[in-house]
Design a protein around this ligand. Sequence first.
Ligand code: MOS
Length: 733
Amino acid sequence: MSAAAPRPRDNQGAPVPRYDGVAKVTGAARFASDFAVAQPAYAYLLLSDVARGRITAIDETAARRVPGVIDIITHRNRPALKPVAHFGKGGPALSSFPPLDGPDIRHAGQIVGLVLADSYEAAREAAHRVVVRTSQSKASATFGSSGLKIESRAEAQQQEDPRKGDAEAAFAAATTGIEAHYSTPIHHHNPIELFTTTASWDGDELTVHEPSQSVHALRAGLAGQLGLPLDKVRIISPYVGGGFGSKVALGHRTALVALAARQLGRPVKLVATREQGFHIAGHRQETRHHVKLGADAAGKFTAFVHDIDELTDRKDGYANGGIEAVACMYGFGSVASTARLVRADRSPPIFMRCPAELPPMFALESAIDELAAKIGIDPVELRRINDTRVNPVTGAPFTSRSLVECYAEAARAFGWSQRDPRPQSMRRGDWLIGYGCATATYPTQVMSATARVTLNPDGGARVEIASHDIGTGAYTVIQQAVAEGLAVPLDRVRVELGDSRLPPGAIAGGSVGTASSVSAIMDACARIAASLGIAGPITAGNRAAAFKASGSGPVEALGEFVPAGGESKSTAGLHQGKVDISGGPKGARAAFAFGAQFVEVHVHARTREIRVPRMTGAFAAGRIMNTRTAHSQLMGGMIWGLGSALHEVTEIDPRTARYTNTDLGEYLIPVNADCVAVDVILVPETDDGNPSGAKGIGELGNCGVAAAIANAVHHATGKRIRDLPITMDKLLA
Ligand code: MOS
């Protein structure tokens, strides 16, 4: 056992190393663009420089003279495509307007053409020589621009904002209250693996290699656009080099590459550049929060008012939301909230790791710290006395909730009792020291899934499921689930994922993967037991005896999982790419994973340089399948949270509505030197919200860190920064 492989506690699985790890670090694992195709043509995207306007002319003369150029596809010659629905309306598409649908330009970085050549270099060279002329209109790109369209989410999406009692009146009557504004910036996912698509046709059958968090939705969307039957399209995506939400939806590039391959009669390969990735695959939109939090003399919350504005595109208006979840965090007494969509001339946003919760939890958990200071109560104690056993809006009980236990374990391990609560009271030499904490949460969600499991008489097994390993350890965790369900050794279980020919499984999004896939696998194992005449769980003994008695060959079963109380009655919709996520604050029971984040910051007394020498997070998330992969996910999440606090921001030039820092030199993320010690504690918890007993952890770890750091920075300096990221200039101002 080591820090990276915590010793399993109650209801926690063995820290099995990822068996695909060696293949990944030796280059044997093939990611989408690594698959060899015969004689490919290379594609290069042409993106719009302007944010709003119309293409008036395209001059391809110089581009077509570049040796090796084959063709240029623009809206003028693009073959027909059918529209598909936006993901916010249950469809697969990042944007409901089809690629290259005409001369209109709706956002900077919109794809306006695809250049095809015999080499990547020729395609790129030619792309730079295409002259796109536009008539430009003034773009409204950011909060405060003129020409924005502001609408309530309740009206735009027929979704009610959570409300309980008269929170405004309760706030006015509160003994102590905090009213403050907070904001979070634009974030881009930036997975290490770029956005790539390779398409090849065999007659009327299309094969696409593209990194995907959702191969069945991608297949359905692409087949829909091309007007093909589902079984004529295959998506292959065995390894995904990170996604975080940016590889869930069908973007504009995929169908264009498929059309080009059909037109050319040869495979076409596209690897979008890092910079292009900032425009074509979504982002986390910027948000603004107005929070009022009131408490009585004992520190019990009496009122919580949280209004959110979020910036979104004009066409589809995706909203992160999040107040439904945030409203479940404590016994607030009364709740009022409003979410508003601010529609601008911007590229379509999409969910990004902990999408709904990260921004509003920064606001709420900062406000709680401010309130604690004003009351003069320890911030851990303030959270403890406001813990709740039910969703305060609906009254629904939680499936399980171990927030207080997480605080207790993390506070002890961190040494919270060493904190002198007075701001600027802890100093070592030139460094001001601050301790801060905040709550982490993520709704526990599941979706329908299927899995085919085969058991051989010799104890070998196979599982086939079109789920995805986006770096999470899904291969290994699924292998563990099958080994356990069939009582066979781990290394006798062969796992096949990431191919739309496999039975549809859960997407790698919404942290639904493990709970949904494992629940389907458990069903398959139970069916295998039944067909072998085994009552109860399979053991090595009864399995061997059953095969011997029956003389049976391999036994195969298709397991199914359909969430109770979800929108689906069967798994049928999965084949059409339906994503039926349920759980979280909705339903007869509220389902959430929780955690407690503690950080120490050092702020330089003169320069205000901020360092984070250590972070401690304790998390409870039901059954932990594998303490090593869980530790890895949660540690990665905490490091991401550190980035959201101090580093990550996509800058936009308000005059041109263009993102300006579109590379990893200028879009800052934490590096090893920024993360000195990151401790993860896995708090035992039992949950019966779904058959697997697991809660998702992929998005839990990065929640709350930004507030913990903001709170620690306040403790160190006496200065409250309410606008992320927290930078030296804001502290010096
Ligand atoms: Mo995650 S943002 O649901 O891929």
